[in-house]
Design a protein around this ligand. Structure first.
Ligand code: HEC
Length: 149
């Protein structure tokens, strides 16, 4: 009788722990894949911003700049401690060693897009302005926080 009870406890406990592990694995996967998807989306959006601005289609360009800005703010939530490895992540450990610097750079990248939206129309050098307020932030961050690929 005692053994039976122990067996039941064991089965129930292992069911819950297996379930728990499976569940947290799943959310790690969702987070890593989620941030990759957001970066890929921002890349596509950045290319549209670039083309639209050079075509002087500022109203549409500005909408996409603000989409990117929101994605950067969203991305701040996508780097919890338990997502350093796995699922093909290209994130470097330097992110978690310099979390404040990383977050500041993400925030700056977002803020720069608001600036860009406010000054692109009057900019004399559209190409240079896009570089300064959009493309440069990609490189600054990747060179320190993303695995070379
Ligand atoms: C503040 C840091 C930061 C900024 C700014 C940033 N990135 Fe990234 N990016 C990363 C990190 C970290 C990864 C790796 C994510 C992972 O695999 O976990 C990444 C991954 C990517 C990927 C690969 C996504 C995938 O599917 O694996 C692309 C594409 C990308 N970034 C494009 C851009 C572009 C374009 C910009 C600028 C418009 C940009 N990023 C700005 C940090 C940044």
């Amino acid at each position: 009788m005692k053994n039976k009870i122990l067996l039941i406890i064991y089965v129930v406990a292992s069911f819950f722990s297996a379930n728990f592990i499976a569940h947290s694995e799943e959310s790690i996967e969702q987070i890593i894949k989620g941030r990759k998807a957001l970066f890929s989306k921002n890349y596509k959006t950045a290319k549209r911003v670039d083309i639209l601005s050079k075509d002087l289609e500022f109203e549409d360009a500005k909408k996409f700049m603000l989409d990117m800005q929101k994605n950067y703010i969203e991305l701040l939530k996508y780097f919890p401690e338990n997502t350093k490895e796995g699922f093909g992540t290209q994130s470097l450990p330097t992110i978690w060693q310099n979390k404040d610097e990383f977050n500041l750079l993400m925030q700056k990248s977002a803020d720069d897009l608001i600036q860009l939206a406010s000054l692109i129309e009057e900019a004399e050098d559209i190409r240079g302005t896009l570089k300064k307020y959009m493309w440069q932030n990609c490189n600054t961050c990747h060179s320190k926080f993303r695995k070379p690929h």
